[in-house]
Design a binder for this molecule. Structure first.
Ligand code: PMP
Length: 356
């Protein structure tokens, strides 16, 4: 049988996640602290066990996910009608481009940024244009506003802090973009816990603003939990296309620990921020690296031997991120790990630069 693939997918290149077979994983911007045993004991006989008893593994999940939803609502001081949950925020991106590209079928984002905005636009055959960031990796406002005027994108994706460049964009520029855009502006706050800025307070002011959050960067990557905060008209549309039961019961229960123990997780995040500043200063002292300021849990670095460094580190069981995109061939990105992991990678990088 000849595979009846859709024409636009014939040459399509999907996202290829990295192998997990490395001892030190500083490639995917996860939180390095492992709470697995503690979390499993809480669903087994701790304060989360009641929910699993009520809704056991042989049953479908509560379709409203009301326990998790109300905790998210409380944290962000927002009504539950303005939240939708997703199986990781990647799923939200797909649902957004699938359902909210109904006027011009155009998506706008920046370059470099998180690749899934473009990849998932391609999956549903919607055009995704990218505007080159300026030399400080900030948004070039005039070019962007012109593009918005001429192109009228249905959705603009803005990751702030941005991945892979690690910086937050100028808040005033983002607000101007929201004001000038007739389509939906999605601010992806995957890394906002590591920065000073969030746009959640602007949701009541702008109907065309939506905020995407993920739990993947704050200790829960394996659960695949993300959520969108937006006007209820937007949430209603996503609910139309979202698969029923898109989150597993286990994920929706375990994720609640983050909202029940905000102080503890804030403490973990603060530890990473402290480490980030320490590592930033160390890396800056190494010749030949151009190290950029970070508002995230990772650092973006320019180095003309990044591919060789990557291989050198893999040989030592350390995985970092390099990029297939040719414009980023002289860059690499490292996630902030535990102090021990950070010390190890610092010494390996130093050794590579000065002795290899
Ligand atoms: N947005 C950004 C900016 C990201 O870097 C990532 C993950 N790398 C995601 C969204 C997706 O996160 P997840 O699907 O794990 O929620």
């Amino acid at each position: 049988m000849k595979v009846r693939i859709k024409k636009h997918l014939k040459k399509f290149l999907s996202y290829t996640p990295d192998s997990v077979d490395y001892k030190i994983r500083l490639n995917a911007n996860e939180l390095p602290f492992d709470e697995t045993a503690n979390l499993l004991s809480k669903i087994n006989d701790g304060n989360l066990s009641v929910q699993l008893k009520k809704n056991s593994i042989n049953r479908y999940p509560d379709p409203s996910y009301s326990n998790l939803l109300s905790k998210i609502a409380k944290k962000h001081k927002i009504s539950t009608a303005r939240i939708v949950l997703s199986n990781g925020s990647d799923e939200l991106i797909l649902n957004l481009v699938m359902s909210l590209t109904g006027k011009t079928s155009r998506v706008l984002t920046f370059d470099p940024t998180f690749s899934m905005y473009e990849i998932l636009s391609q999956v549903i055959n919607v055009k995704c244009n990218k505007i080159l960031l300026d030399k400080n990796f900030d948004i070039p406002l005039n070019t962007t506003l012109k593009k918005i005027k001429n192109y009228d994108p249905d959705i603009i994706f803005i990751a702030s802090p941005n991945n892979p460049t690690a910086n937050s964009f100028s808040k005033d520029k983002i607000l101007k973009i929201i004001e000038e855009s007739n389509g939906l502006v999605v601010v992806d706050e995957a890394y906002a816990d590591y920065s000073q800025v969030s746009f959640v307070n602007y949701l009541s002011k702008y109907k065309n603003l939506a905020i995407m959050k993920t739990m993947s960067k704050v200790g829960f990557a394996s659960l695949r939990v993300g959520y969108l905060l937006a006007h209820k008209d937007i949430i209603n549309v996503i609910n139309k296309v979202r698969l029923p039961y898109n989150l597993s019961t286990l994920s929706s229960i375990i994720a609640q620990d983050f909202f029940d123990n905000q102080k503890k997780y804030k403490n973990d995040i603060d530890k990473i921020i402290k480490e980030r500043e320490r590592i930033f200063l160390k890396l800056r002292s190494y010749e030949k690296l151009e190290v950029y300021h970070s508002d995230s849990n990772f650092i973006f670095i320019k180095f003309n031997r990044s591919k060789a460094l990557y291989k050198y580190l893999l040989d030592r069981n350390i995985n970092i991120k390099i990029f297939s995109n040719s414009s980023l061939k002289n860059y690499f990105r490292i996630t902030i790990g535990t102090p021990r992991e950070n010390n190890l990678i610092l010494s390996c990088i130093k050794n590579f630069i000065y002795h290899k």
